[in-house]
Design a protein around this ligand. Structure first.
Ligand SMILES: *Cc1c(COP(=O)(O)O)cnc(C)c1O
Length: 386
């Protein structure tokens, strides 16, 4: 099966056996416990909702299929998935190497929970150069945490080169694949060990469900994470599992439209005299455009840009659009606009923001799937206002 077909059928094969209902959409199974005939083994394979639920398990099967993985796991949020991964793979005294330009919440979890409370040390490095990752590895390094492209500066790291380095020391590499979704980038075939998504974004795609996904091939890693998923309990609810199963059916068509609109908007901004710089991996002016072309099968729907002006102009700009809603988050069908330094990245210290090159006046767009001409007209309106 090709991607588009898997996204619709895997996990939702109609049950045509005698007594099966033939539903073409997976029912929402709400039962918290499952009856059995004999004490020794559960009759239908299910015991208690936290350990297994038919709607969630259908979604987990779909997750695995979309990343060409053996296993998939669904969690109640992206950060709950990350917490479960860290609890499964790390002990106090262990060390993590992470990209210095991570999603703010991932950095906060590593820095202010695991580093502070559990004595896990973390080196944040500029992973655009794989040698920086190599040089940060210590004997006690147990995890490499990457995000590509990053939020909001759209920096890339070379998944294959870093995975080759990590393999020598047998350190698992995890890639946060939220920005590209499973449609435009698949880290496992490039050598990564674990893929992570905040499904709150593109995977669900409709800004109405919080969730996280983990996909992987290694059986012993899977058993560890599966154990912690049940032991710590941050599992995705049946209703949210249904929403993500439904959202994923249109992932391919959504991503194509997100990208088509983004290319037009990136070019419009790039040519605009009121814009100093546009960060979009699809532009040939992006410093890692070549890596983007080889590592990803598209460039996605996220971009950021620098206005010619200060933070007050940026604030006025984002308050002047009509179709781009002024809001955090990303990856939904509707377009969003924000100022990272004041909104999504306000938890990152001014010093850390300066170090990664995130200016106070940078504007981030999550380009939706509305009509591109309408979206460009909306941005024109904001330029006129300022
Ligand atoms: C949103 C996001 C997360 C965190 O996921 P939640 O679902 O909000 O918990 C992690 N990484 C990236 C890149 C994100 O955009």
């Amino acid at each position: 099966m090709k991607f588009e077909t898997k996204a619709i059928h895997v996990g939702e094969e109609p049950n045509l056996k005698p007594g099966g209902s033939g539903d073409v959409a997976q029912p929402i199974h709400l039962a918290t416990t499952f009856a059995r005939e004999k004490v020794d083994h559960p009759t239908g394979g299910y015991e208690y909702i936290r350990s297994g639920n038919p709607t969630r398990n259908a979604l987990e099967k779909r997750f695995a299929a979309l990343e060409s993985a053996e296993y998939g796991l669904a969690f109640t949020s992206g950060l709950a998935a990350e917490t479960t991964l860290f609890l499964s793979l790390l002990q106090s005294g262990d060390h993590v190497v992470a990209f210095d330009d991570l999603y703010g919440g991932s950095r906060r979890l590593l820095d202010r929970v695991f580093q502070k409370n559990f004595s896990v040390s973390v080196s944040f490095v500029d992973a655009r150069n794989p040698l920086n990752v190599k040089n940060a590895i210590r004997p006690e390094t147990r995890l490499i945490w990457l995000e590509t492209p990053t939020n909001p500066l759209m920096k890339l790291c070379d998944i294959r080169a870093i995975s080759d380095i990590a393999r020598e020391s047998k350190i698992p590499v995890t890639v946060d694949n939220t920005f590209m979704s499973s449609y435009f980038q698949n880290p496992l075939p490039l050598g990564a060990d674990i893929v992570f998504h905040s499904t709150t974004k593109y995977m669900n795609g409709h800004s109405d469900s919080l969730g996280g996904a983990v996909m992987l091939n290694d059986d012993s890693l899977y058993q560890k994470i599966k154990f912690t998923q049940n032991a710590a309990g941050a599992v995705l609810s049946p209703f949210d599992s249904y929403l993500v199963l439904r959202g994923l059916k249109t992932l391919a068509v959504r991503m194509k439209q997100h990208q088509e609109n983004s290319i037009q908007i990136a070019e419009f901004l790039n040519d605009h005299p009121g814009v100093r710089q546009v960060n979009y991996p699809g532009l040939s002016s992006h410093p890692q455009h070549q890596l983007a072309r080889t590592q990803m099968s598209g460039f996605g729907g996220m971009l950021s840009f620098e206005l010619d002006g200060d933070i007050d102009r940026a604030k006025k700009f984002v308050e002047s659009t009509r179709y781009f809603a002024l809001a955090e988050s990303l990856g939904g069908v509707e377009s969003l606009i924000e100022v990272p330094s004041l909104m999504t990245h306000s938890s990152v210290s001014p010093e850390d923001r300066r170090n990664i090159g995130l200016s106070d006046s940078l504007i981030r767009l999550s380009v939706g799937i509305e009509n591109a001409a309408d979206l460009i007209e909306d941005l024109e309106r904001a330029f006129k206002k300022i």
